[in-house]
Design a protein around this ligand. Structure first.
Ligand code: FE
Length: 207
């Protein structure tokens, strides 16, 4: 069995937003898809470690903002590389507006949004799959949607060449989100604190 077959699946990239008791938050996912058209229904799988997960579970509503090819890496960092438990991601964030359901729509680096109301939850262990009826949606621009492959090729900064030293330290970088771990050996059971991917998704970049 060749695990690389999984890499042939293509994905979009999205900011999923929620609002609980007046507090806005959002996270990056690649898991939003339309599952039925009658009724118009989408699903999104959210990692339970994400603050947004609990907010969606508690409130039953969310908005998916669809990231487009003009999205800047900073936008991915802002929503993907920090937790809403530690920072208010909307405190100084202006590229957004309120959706009908009270959650935030990201208005820059996106080409559409879809607001939805949860009708079913499936416990997947690490993630919850939220299945939701579409309640509102709008096209924001004609820029093509950013696929995960496009992000890897064109948006994510290229890793430094192996062999380039940085104070003689070894750096391991998460190939998913870019988080860097400094240490001679990366523990086998290491989990990326940002995107929750395992040690096997890290590459040694500096020695
Ligand atoms: Fe990561």
């Amino acid at each position: 069995m060749d695990k690389k077959a999984m890499y042939k699946l293509s994905y979009g990239l999205f900011v999923v937003t929620a609002n609980r008791e007046g507090r806005d938050n959002g996270c990056i996912t690649n898991t939003a898809i339309q599952v039925t058209s009658e009724p118009n229904r989408i699903s999104v799988a959210i990692n339970k470690a994400n603050f947004t997960h609990d907010m969606v579970r508690d409130t039953g509503v969310f908005t998916v903002s669809i990231l487009s090819e003009d999205a800047k890496f900073d936008l991915f960092k802002h929503f993907g590389f920090q937790s809403g438990r530690d920072v208010d991601k909307f405190a100084d964030f202006t590229d957004c507006k309120k959706a009908e359901n009270g959650t935030m729509i990201i208005t820059s680096g996106t080409n559409a949004y879809i607001s939805a109301k949860v009708v079913q939850e499936v416990d997947l262990g690490t993630h919850t799959l939220f299945i939701a009826d579409v309640t509102d949606m709008e096209v924001l621009s004609d820029v093509p949607s950013a696929t995960y492959a496009y992000y890897q090729e064109n948006i994510k900064p290229k890793p430094e060449a192996v062999g380039k030293t940085k104070d003689g330290q070894t750096v391991w970088r998460c190939t998913i989100c870019g988080y860097e771990y400094v240490g001679e050996e990366l523990p086998e059971d290491f989990i990326c604190p940002i995107c929750k991917h395992p040690a096997s998704d890290f590459e040694k970049i500096v020695k």
